[in-house]
Write a protein that binds this ligand. Structure first.
Ligand code: CA
Length: 233
Protein backbone atom coordinates (compact mmCIF):
# COMPACT_ATOMS: atom_id res chain seq x y z
CA UNK A 1 0.00 0.00 0.00
CA UNK A 2 1.32 3.45 -0.87
CA UNK A 3 1.57 6.25 1.61
CA UNK A 4 -1.55 8.13 2.56
CA UNK A 5 -0.18 11.18 0.82
CA UNK A 6 -0.25 9.62 -2.62
CA UNK A 7 -4.03 9.55 -2.60
CA UNK A 8 -6.01 11.17 -5.37
CA UNK A 9 -8.58 13.81 -4.53
CA UNK A 10 -11.31 15.06 -6.84
CA UNK A 11 -12.23 18.70 -6.23
CA UNK A 12 -15.66 19.63 -7.60
CA UNK A 13 -16.00 23.41 -7.57
CA UNK A 14 -17.24 25.82 -10.24
CA UNK A 15 -15.49 28.84 -8.78
CA UNK A 16 -12.14 28.58 -10.53
CA UNK A 17 -10.21 30.64 -7.99
CA UNK A 18 -11.33 28.45 -5.09
CA UNK A 19 -10.71 25.24 -7.03
CA UNK A 20 -7.23 26.46 -7.88
CA UNK A 21 -6.28 27.38 -4.33
CA UNK A 22 -7.69 24.14 -2.93
CA UNK A 23 -5.87 21.94 -5.41
CA UNK A 24 -2.67 23.90 -4.88
CA UNK A 25 -2.82 23.27 -1.13
CA UNK A 26 -3.72 19.61 -1.62
CA UNK A 27 -0.76 19.12 -3.95
CA UNK A 28 1.51 20.92 -1.52
CA UNK A 29 0.31 18.49 1.15
CA UNK A 30 1.36 15.61 -1.08
CA UNK A 31 -1.99 14.58 -2.55
CA UNK A 32 -2.78 14.36 -6.21
CA UNK A 33 -5.67 16.66 -7.08
CA UNK A 34 -8.00 16.89 -10.03
CA UNK A 35 -10.64 19.58 -10.57
CA UNK A 36 -14.13 19.22 -12.04
CA UNK A 37 -16.04 22.46 -12.58
CA UNK A 38 -19.51 20.93 -12.47
CA UNK A 39 -21.33 17.84 -11.25
CA UNK A 40 -21.58 16.20 -14.64
CA UNK A 41 -17.89 16.47 -15.25
CA UNK A 42 -17.27 15.03 -11.79
CA UNK A 43 -19.41 11.99 -12.63
CA UNK A 44 -17.42 11.44 -15.81
CA UNK A 45 -14.12 11.59 -13.96
CA UNK A 46 -15.44 9.33 -11.22
CA UNK A 47 -16.52 6.70 -13.73
CA UNK A 48 -13.24 6.77 -15.60
CA UNK A 49 -10.95 6.79 -12.61
CA UNK A 50 -12.53 6.73 -9.14
CA UNK A 51 -10.60 9.04 -6.80
CA UNK A 52 -9.74 8.16 -3.21
CA UNK A 53 -11.49 11.23 -1.88
CA UNK A 54 -14.00 13.84 -3.05
CA UNK A 55 -14.31 17.47 -2.02
CA UNK A 56 -17.45 18.99 -3.51
CA UNK A 57 -19.14 22.35 -3.48
CA UNK A 58 -22.87 22.16 -2.75
CA UNK A 59 -23.75 24.93 -5.22
CA UNK A 60 -22.80 23.57 -8.62
CA UNK A 61 -24.16 24.01 -12.14
CA UNK A 62 -25.70 21.04 -14.00
CA UNK A 63 -25.84 18.49 -11.17
CA UNK A 64 -25.80 20.14 -7.74
CA UNK A 65 -23.70 18.97 -4.83
CA UNK A 66 -26.53 17.13 -3.05
CA UNK A 67 -27.48 15.19 -6.14
CA UNK A 68 -23.83 14.43 -6.73
CA UNK A 69 -23.43 13.22 -3.13
CA UNK A 70 -26.37 10.87 -3.59
CA UNK A 71 -24.99 9.66 -6.91
CA UNK A 72 -21.58 8.97 -5.34
CA UNK A 73 -23.08 7.18 -2.33
CA UNK A 74 -25.08 4.92 -4.61
CA UNK A 75 -21.80 3.76 -6.07
CA UNK A 76 -19.12 3.94 -3.46
CA UNK A 77 -17.98 4.65 0.07
CA UNK A 78 -15.49 7.25 -1.11
CA UNK A 79 -15.00 9.84 1.64
CA UNK A 80 -16.76 13.13 0.85
CA UNK A 81 -16.25 16.59 2.31
CA UNK A 82 -18.79 19.23 1.28
CA UNK A 83 -18.01 22.90 0.83
CA UNK A 84 -21.00 24.98 1.86
CA UNK A 85 -22.06 28.57 2.37
CA UNK A 86 -23.09 29.52 5.88
CA UNK A 87 -26.74 29.95 4.87
CA UNK A 88 -26.98 26.44 3.39
CA UNK A 89 -27.55 24.73 6.72
CA UNK A 90 -30.50 22.63 5.54
CA UNK A 91 -28.49 21.43 2.56
CA UNK A 92 -25.56 20.66 4.81
CA UNK A 93 -27.72 18.44 7.00
CA UNK A 94 -29.25 16.81 3.93
CA UNK A 95 -25.74 16.14 2.65
CA UNK A 96 -24.70 14.52 5.92
CA UNK A 97 -27.86 12.45 5.84
CA UNK A 98 -26.93 11.28 2.38
CA UNK A 99 -23.63 10.08 3.69
CA UNK A 100 -21.14 12.93 3.27
CA UNK A 101 -18.43 12.56 5.91
CA UNK A 102 -17.86 16.18 6.82
CA UNK A 103 -18.34 19.74 5.63
CA UNK A 104 -16.43 22.98 5.60
CA UNK A 105 -18.17 26.35 5.66
CA UNK A 106 -17.05 29.03 3.20
CA UNK A 107 -14.98 31.09 3.52
CA UNK A 108 -12.50 28.56 4.84
CA UNK A 109 -8.75 28.39 5.13
CA UNK A 110 -7.27 25.91 2.63
CA UNK A 111 -4.98 24.68 5.39
CA UNK A 112 -8.00 23.84 7.53
CA UNK A 113 -9.56 21.95 4.65
CA UNK A 114 -6.37 19.90 4.24
CA UNK A 115 -6.46 19.08 7.97
CA UNK A 116 -10.01 17.86 7.66
CA UNK A 117 -9.17 15.72 4.67
CA UNK A 118 -6.44 14.11 6.74
CA UNK A 119 -8.79 13.63 9.71
CA UNK A 120 -11.41 11.92 7.56
CA UNK A 121 -8.72 9.70 6.03
CA UNK A 122 -7.38 8.74 9.46
CA UNK A 123 -10.88 7.87 10.57
CA UNK A 124 -11.34 5.61 7.54
CA UNK A 125 -8.01 3.91 8.15
CA UNK A 126 -8.86 3.33 11.80
CA UNK A 127 -12.24 1.88 10.91
CA UNK A 128 -10.61 -0.51 8.47
CA UNK A 129 -8.04 -1.57 11.04
CA UNK A 130 -10.77 -2.21 13.59
CA UNK A 131 -12.84 -4.15 11.11
CA UNK A 132 -10.11 -6.73 10.63
CA UNK A 133 -10.35 -8.05 14.17
CA UNK A 134 -14.07 -7.73 14.55
CA UNK A 135 -16.63 -10.42 15.10
CA UNK A 136 -20.26 -10.89 14.21
CA UNK A 137 -22.81 -10.13 16.93
CA UNK A 138 -26.39 -11.23 17.23
CA UNK A 139 -29.17 -10.39 19.71
CA UNK A 140 -32.82 -11.35 19.39
CA UNK A 141 -33.37 -11.44 15.63
CA UNK A 142 -30.87 -8.66 14.99
CA UNK A 143 -27.44 -9.61 13.70
CA UNK A 144 -24.48 -7.61 12.45
CA UNK A 145 -21.41 -8.95 10.71
CA UNK A 146 -18.52 -6.50 10.24
CA UNK A 147 -16.72 -8.71 7.74
CA UNK A 148 -19.54 -8.85 5.22
CA UNK A 149 -21.04 -5.61 6.58
CA UNK A 150 -24.42 -7.30 6.54
CA UNK A 151 -27.13 -6.48 9.05
CA UNK A 152 -30.19 -8.66 9.37
CA UNK A 153 -33.36 -7.88 11.29
CA UNK A 154 -35.92 -10.66 11.53
CA UNK A 155 -34.10 -12.60 8.82
CA UNK A 156 -34.22 -9.89 6.21
CA UNK A 157 -31.20 -7.92 5.21
CA UNK A 158 -31.16 -4.23 6.17
CA UNK A 159 -29.29 -1.71 4.08
CA UNK A 160 -27.27 0.73 6.16
CA UNK A 161 -24.93 3.54 5.21
CA UNK A 162 -21.33 3.21 6.36
CA UNK A 163 -21.86 5.50 9.36
CA UNK A 164 -25.15 3.88 10.36
CA UNK A 165 -23.41 0.53 10.28
CA UNK A 166 -20.45 1.75 12.33
CA UNK A 167 -22.69 3.32 14.94
CA UNK A 168 -24.88 0.24 15.27
CA UNK A 169 -21.86 -2.01 15.49
CA UNK A 170 -20.30 0.14 18.20
CA UNK A 171 -23.52 0.14 20.23
CA UNK A 172 -24.08 -3.59 19.77
CA UNK A 173 -20.54 -4.39 20.84
CA UNK A 174 -21.30 -2.64 24.14
CA UNK A 175 -24.89 -3.58 24.96
CA UNK A 176 -26.54 -1.50 27.69
CA UNK A 177 -23.60 0.89 27.73
CA UNK A 178 -24.68 4.50 27.30
CA UNK A 179 -22.76 6.54 24.75
CA UNK A 180 -22.98 10.31 24.77
CA UNK A 181 -23.28 12.15 21.46
CA UNK A 182 -19.70 13.32 21.83
CA UNK A 183 -18.51 9.77 22.34
CA UNK A 184 -20.41 8.62 19.27
CA UNK A 185 -19.01 11.51 17.24
CA UNK A 186 -15.53 10.61 18.40
CA UNK A 187 -15.84 6.87 17.84
CA UNK A 188 -17.89 6.83 14.65
CA UNK A 189 -16.83 10.07 12.97
CA UNK A 190 -13.38 10.33 14.52
CA UNK A 191 -13.69 13.69 16.24
CA UNK A 192 -16.45 15.94 17.42
CA UNK A 193 -14.94 19.24 16.38
CA UNK A 194 -15.81 19.06 12.70
CA UNK A 195 -19.22 17.47 12.76
CA UNK A 196 -22.61 18.93 13.54
CA UNK A 197 -23.80 17.18 16.76
CA UNK A 198 -27.24 16.88 15.11
CA UNK A 199 -25.66 14.27 12.85
CA UNK A 200 -25.87 11.69 15.64
CA UNK A 201 -29.59 12.32 16.09
CA UNK A 202 -30.18 12.00 12.38
CA UNK A 203 -28.31 8.70 12.22
CA UNK A 204 -30.09 7.29 15.25
CA UNK A 205 -33.45 8.19 13.70
CA UNK A 206 -32.57 6.53 10.43
CA UNK A 207 -31.21 3.44 12.16
CA UNK A 208 -34.44 3.12 14.10
CA UNK A 209 -36.46 3.29 10.91
CA UNK A 210 -34.42 0.38 9.64
CA UNK A 211 -34.02 -1.92 12.63
CA UNK A 212 -36.98 -1.25 14.90
CA UNK A 213 -40.38 -2.84 14.45
CA UNK A 214 -41.89 0.51 15.36
CA UNK A 215 -39.46 3.40 15.02
CA UNK A 216 -41.67 5.63 17.17
CA UNK A 217 -41.43 3.13 20.05
CA UNK A 218 -37.83 1.96 19.87
CA UNK A 219 -37.03 -1.26 21.72
CA UNK A 220 -33.40 -1.65 20.62
CA UNK A 221 -31.83 1.73 20.13
CA UNK A 222 -32.85 3.62 23.23
CA UNK A 223 -32.51 7.26 24.16
CA UNK A 224 -31.18 7.87 27.64
CA UNK A 225 -32.59 11.32 28.24
CA UNK A 226 -30.00 13.99 28.87
CA UNK A 227 -27.15 11.54 28.34
CA UNK A 228 -27.14 9.75 25.02
CA UNK A 229 -28.00 6.40 23.49
CA UNK A 230 -27.62 2.73 24.24
CA UNK A 231 -28.33 -0.61 22.65
CA UNK A 232 -30.79 -2.79 24.53
CA UNK A 233 -30.31 -6.49 23.74
CA1 CA B 1 -20.30 26.97 -6.37
Amino acid sequence: MGSMNARSILVVEDEASIAEVVSLYLKRAGFSAQVASDGKQAMGIFERQPPDFVILDLMLPEVDGLALTRWLRDRSDVPIIMLTARREEADRIAGLEMGADDYVVKPFSPQELVSRVRAVMRRGAREQAEEGSDRAISFNALSIDPRSRVVKAHDSEVELTAKEFDMLYLLMRHPKQVFTRDQLLERVWGGAQYIDPGTVTVHVRRLREKIELDASKPARLLTVWGVGYKFEP
